[in-house]
Write a protein that binds this ligand. Structure first.
Ligand code: 6PG
Length: 225
C-alpha cells in the first residue's frame, strides 16, 4: 500500500495521468485499464487524452456503473467516454443497458466480456474512487456484493441510494496488478482515514495480489498523521 499526497486536485490529475500512461507505455501486451466512475477521475481522464501512449493496445472498461441508460447524465461510461474514450483509440467495453434487460443479466454479460478480454491475464490497472461512506466501485457498506467470492461483476442494490448498480467484485479487483484510488477534498478525509485503518469497503482493497496506490490531495489526506 502506498499513499501519495499531492498538493491540489490538479496535481492528483497530473500525477495519476502520468502514472497510467507510464504503465501503458512500459508494458508490452494488450493493456487492461479499469476506469472509476463518479466525478473525481474526470480531470485525470481529460489529462490522459492529451498524453501520447499506445492507446490502440488498451482495453478500457468500467469498475462500476449506475443502472441507467448509456447516455444518462449519471452514467459513468458516458462521463469516461466524453472525458477520454471518445478522444483516443482504446477499445471501450461498456455494460449493455436496455429497459428489457435486468441489471443482473447485464452484469453477467459484462463479466463474460471481461473474462474474454483478460483470458488468463489480470487487469493491469484499475482506477477507483472512494465515497464518504467508504465505498469503492459500487461496493457499498452492508450490501450483498461485498460477499461475492467467485463472480467478477455483479448487480448490487444500494438501499442508501435506492439504486441498482453494476460493480466489479473484490474477486476481480484483488487480481489487478495495480489498484489506483483517487480521493480529493475535505469531504473525503474521514473516509480516507477509515479506509487506511481498514474499516471500510475501500479499506479491503489491500487484501489482493497487486499494489494499491492511494493518490490524495492535501485536503483528503488531512486526517492522516
Ligand atoms: C460511482 C463510483 C463511486 C465513486 C465514489 C466517489 O459510480 O459513484 O464509481 O465508487 O468513485 O462514489 O465519487 P466522487 O468521485 O464523485 O466523489
Amino acid at each position: 500500500m502506498e499513499v501519495i499526497v499531492h498538493d491540489t486536485p490538479a496535481d492528483v490529475a497530473e500525477a495519476t495521468s502520468r502514472r497510467v500512461t507510464g504503465l501503458i507505455t512500459g508494458s508490452n501486451h494488450r493493456f487492461s485499464l479499469g476506469l472509476a466512475g463518479g466525478s473525481t477521475p474526470e480531470a485525470t481522464y481529460k489529462e490522459l487524452r492529451g498524453r501520447g501512449t499506445d492507446w490502440d493496445r488498451v482495453d478500457a472498461w468500467l469498475s462500476d456503473e449506475r443502472w441507467v441508460p448509456p447516455d444518462h447524465e449519471r452514467s459513468n461510461g458516458r462521463m469516461a467516454a466524453a472525458a477520454l474514450l471518445d478522444h483516443v483509440d482504446a477499445v471501450f467495453h461498456r455494460p449493455r443497458w436496455s429497459d428489457q434487460l435486468e441489471a443482473s443479466d447485464s452484469a453477467a454479460y459484462y463479466e463474460a466480456t471481461l473474462r474474454s478480454i483478460h483470458g488468463v491475464d489480470p487487469p493491469d490497472v484499475v482506477m477507483l474512487g472512494v465515497g464518504e461512506d467508504g465505498h469503492t466501485a459500487s461496493l457499498f457498506p452492508g450490501t450483498e456484493a461485498l460477499n461475492e467470492t467467485s463472480r467478477w461483476f455483479v448487480a448490487n442494490h444500494v438501499p442508501s441510494l435506492d439504486e441498482d448498480r453494476l460493480t466489479a467484485t473484490y474477486h476481480l479487483l484483488w487480481q489487478a496488478r495495480v489498484l489506483m484510488v483517487l480521493a480529493v477534498g475535505q469531504s473525503k478525509a474521514a473516509a480516507v482515514k477509515a479506509s487506511l485503518d481498514g474499516t471500510t469497503p475501500a479499506g479491503r482493497l489491500g487484501e489482493g495480489k497487486g499494489e494499491v496506490e492511494w493518490h490524495l490531495d492535501r485536503d483528503a489526506a488531512a486526517l492522516l498523521v
